[in-house]
Design a protein around this ligand. Structure first.
Ligand code: C5P
Length: 397
């Protein structure tokens, strides 16, 4: 289940090489349980045929404004009726020009006028076409009209040139759509978070770390951003892509993480400590690689790391503090103890054997009113459940 499950999404495909990425977008939307309808311009249908989109969406693909197959012959109105969003991907320079001027000379441009759902456009064109004054004027006009202009990205182009104009990847467009349809329960809130493991160096090549993948923290950062929060994510070393709309600060050790959190703490409404912060660090970091001496393994002396979450919660005017309790047993006891001892408003408890490193999680939320188990599921779904609960606990903005 995602916020897109059961939602009607109309994908408009105009003439551009990037039309092949729209096929992947449709696949991702269908996989997420969305009801996907595809409308194409004639130029779009020359790049990827309607047959492909019909197979992927499982529905009739609309190209011709005069297509009589729609029972009431009103495809231009019916397609966007009840839709959660209309996304044009790729949006050619020509199509953006039409949109900016309210032209409606084919089915897709007519749909863009005859709608009450949000419109998102993903420009895709040669860099000179994108940078040209008319296209820039049109993009500015679309933004002023409340249209979300997604990208374009910079990079290699099909024409062999390099620059701005590449359409965003299907996964990025999917993330943007997901954000668009998610209720804005955290609108206007600023969220500071930690995620991932920390790495405590022993020497230039070795260190102490843990098996945290960062997946739960990144899913929660995405869920907060999708719910309208301004999210700053202080992340330990992980190989997760930065979620859509999240400002990410990379750190390595617990001390770095502590420093970055304290630097960004001013004016935050919510702090969420998801990181699996190392409790200890080596007292000394060797400048050179520690050599093996047969029969005399080295002893590592450890020092205690600062507790970032407890330090944030102990500020004179702390943000709303949320902690995680990853335990291997007696979850209720340890999680409720953490709630009280660290002076938190909410603790997300899980058994490490249920979640750490994996794609799914089973969590129980602990707050002043008691324990609230969430349905087990993928970390993205669990993250949405945490955001919904958290949003309901917040003082009015
Ligand atoms: O006390 P414990 O380490 O089990 O608490 C876990 C919670 O505290 C998590 O939210 C974690 O991100 C946070 N934490 C922290 N700094 C530490 C240790 C834990 O912020 N040094």
């Amino acid at each position: 289940m995602t916020e897109l499950t059961g939602k009607k999404i109309v994908v408009g495909v105009t003439g551009g090489v990037a039309a092949y990425k729209a096929a992947e977008l449709v696949r991702l939307l269908v996989k997420a349980g969305a009801e996907v309808h595809v409308a194409m311009t004639e130029a779009g249908a020359r790049f990827v045929t309607p047959v492909t989109f019909q197979a992927l969406s499982g529905r009739t693909v609309w190209v011709d404004a005069w297509d009589a197959r729609m029972p009431n012959n009103m495809a231009h109105i019916d397609l966007t009726r009840g839709a959660a969003a209309l996304i044009i991907a790729p949006a050619s320079a020509d199509f953006m020009a039409k949109l900016a001027h309210g032209m409606a000379d084919d089915l897709l441009s007519t749909l863009c006028l005859a709608r009450d759902c949000p419109l998102l456009v993903a420009p895709a064109m040669n860099r000179q076409m994108w940078q040209s004054p008319p296209t820039q004027r049109n993009a500015a006009q679309l933004r002023a009209d409340g249209v979300a202009v997604l990208g374009p990205a910079a990079g290699e182009q099909a024409c062999g040139e390099t620059g701005d104009g590449r359409m965003l990847e299907a996964e990025e467009l999917f993330a943007a759509l997901l954000a668009h349809v998610t209720p804005k329960r955290l609108a206007g809130r600023r969220v500071l978070m930690t995620a991932g493991p920390t790495f405590e160096a022993l020497d230039p090549v070795r260190g102490l770390t843990n098996i945290s993948s960062g997946k739960m923290g990144y899913a929660l950062a995405a869920a907060c951003a999708n719910a309208g929060a301004e999210v700053t994510l202080v992340s330990g070393p992980v190989s997760q892509p930065t979620p859509w709309g999240v400002q990410r600060i990379d750190v390595r050790s617990a001390a770095d993480m502590h420093r970055a959190v304290m630097q960004h703490l001013a004016r935050q409404d919510i702090f969420i400590g998801v990181a699996a912060v190392a409790d200890f660090r080596p007292a000394r970091v060797a400048g050179d690689k520690i050599k093996k001496t047969a029969g005399a393994p080295p002893t590592i002396e450890l020092l205690e790391n600062p507790d970032i979450l407890a330090d944030v919660a102990a500020q004179p005017v702390p943000p709303f503090c949320v902690g995680f309790a990853a335990e291997s047993c007696e979850l209720d006891t340890y999680a409720t103890d953490k709630l009280r001892r660290k002076r938190l408003k909410l603790v997300v408890g899980n058994l490490v054997q249920d979640g750490m490193g994996g794609d799914d999680n089973v969590v129980v939320l602990y707050d002043a009113t008691g324990r609230h188990p969430l349905p087990p599921g993928p970390k993205a779904a669990v993250a949405r459940g945490i955001v919904d609960h958290l949003a309901a606990l917040l003082p009015p903005a």
